[in-house]
Design a binder for this molecule. Structure first.
Ligand code: 6PG
Length: 247
């Protein structure tokens, strides 16, 4: 039996990236509809990296664009690099160029991590406070609960900016903290495990054959992405055939 079935949560394998995008978009907008129906709001954290770009572009076009109720979206970020928001490496810039500048989400509902500030600890603390002020509290620790968190998977098994062997992995009482990447820009801000694991719906988007070791690391519990185990929420793995076939 393929090792894929040993990933935690619900795993779906899609023929190619286009098929994966359609599946994620439908899944995401079902969550959006239910959240807005229940609370009037939809709170989502976007991931950086290259994998989500086709998804963001698809959401900004028909039919998905016309189905979403953009005025009720609250957009957060899973992590951000320590660079200006107009820097090509910025996750905010990536999301703005492929989605946020193309759809009518009110600017005040897009919550950028200010990782361009000199004091990253202050910027992380500011984001923790923002999450607490804008999201419902979950559990005895009152962890901010988002409706949906999109995540990528790095080749070393990192997710967001939770990198192997870094202090961010041990932060359990704050909702955002400094991250340290093993590639430029090294300095980051990242959501912490408590927030990832308090979410109602979490999805990893993984494509291509280069993530084999990372996926095996999740199965073995030896990489940071293995620590994403929603306490009272859904965990999904959207893989393309190349990623799934590699293990
Ligand atoms: C980032 C992301 C990071 C990303 C993985 C996978 O800031 O780059 O948050 O966690 O999701 O590195 O990146 P790819 O999708 O480009 O493989």
């Amino acid at each position: 039996m393929s090792e894929i079935a040993r990933l935690p949560g619900l795993v779906t394998v899609h023929e190619d990236a286009a098929d994966l995008v359609e599946a994620v978009a439908g899944w995401l907008l079902d969550i959006e509809f239910a959240a807005i129906t229940a609370t009037g709001e939809f709170r989502i954290a976007l991931t950086g990296g290259s994998t989500p770009q086709p998804l963001y572009r698809a959401l900004a076009a028909a039919p998905w664009r016309d189905r979403a109720r953009w005025g009720r979206w609250n957009v957060f970020f899973g992590d951000e690099r320590a660079c200006p928001p107009d820097d090509p490496r910025s996750n905010y810039r990536l999301a703005a160029g492929t989605l946020l500048d193309l759809v009518p989400v009110p600017a005040e509902r897009v919550h950028r991590m200010r990782a361009d500030l000199a004091d990253l600890d202050a910027a992380a603390s500011e984001y923790s406070t923002l999450l607490a002020a804008t999201c419902p509290a979950s559990g005895p620790a009152a962890v901010p609960r988002l409706d949906c968190i999109l995540l990528g998977l790095g080749e070393n098994g990192h997710t967001a900016s939770l990198f192997p062997g870094t202090p961010a992995l041990r932060v359990g009482d704050r909702w955002a903290t400094r991250g340290l990447a093993d590639y430029e820009p090294h300095d980051r801000i990242t959501l912490t495990y408590p927030v990832l694991n308090a979410a109602a719906h979490v999805a990893f988007l993984v494509t291509g054959a280069t993530k084999t070791e990372a996926l095996l690391g999740v199965i073995r519990g030896t990489v940071p992405a293995a620590g994403v185990r929603p306490v009272d929420g859904e965990l999904r793995w959207f893989l393309d055939a190349a990623a799934a076939g590699s293990i």
